[in-house]
Design a protein around this ligand. Structure first.
Ligand SMILES: O=C(O)CCCC[C@@H]1SC[C@@H]2NC(=O)N[C@@H]21
Length: 62
């Protein structure tokens, strides 16, 4: 999950910097860093659900 996010941040930041004619540092900040707090919370929620077995107990998840 963390590796996947890192790949998404890397691709998105480089793309954003190029598409908006910003420096790479600005692209990394606006395309990666600003999303880190929310993504950490989402990852923690998913890890909690999976390790707690809650997803497996839901009837719509086989
Ligand atoms: O098109 C947009 O408005 C921005 C999309 C950004 C998607 C990325 S995926 C990683 C990061 N975490 C999110 O929740 N959104 C951004």
């Amino acid at each position: 999950m963390l590796v996947g996010l890192a790949v998404i941040y890397a691709i998105g930041s480089v793309w954003l910097a190029g598409a908006t004619d910003q420096s790479l540092v600005s692209g990394i900040i606006e395309g990666g860093v600003v999303f880190v707090p929310g993504d950490v919370l989402k990852a923690a929620a998913v890890i909690s659900l999976v390790t707690g077995g809650h997803l497996a107990r839901l009837s719509f998840v086989e």
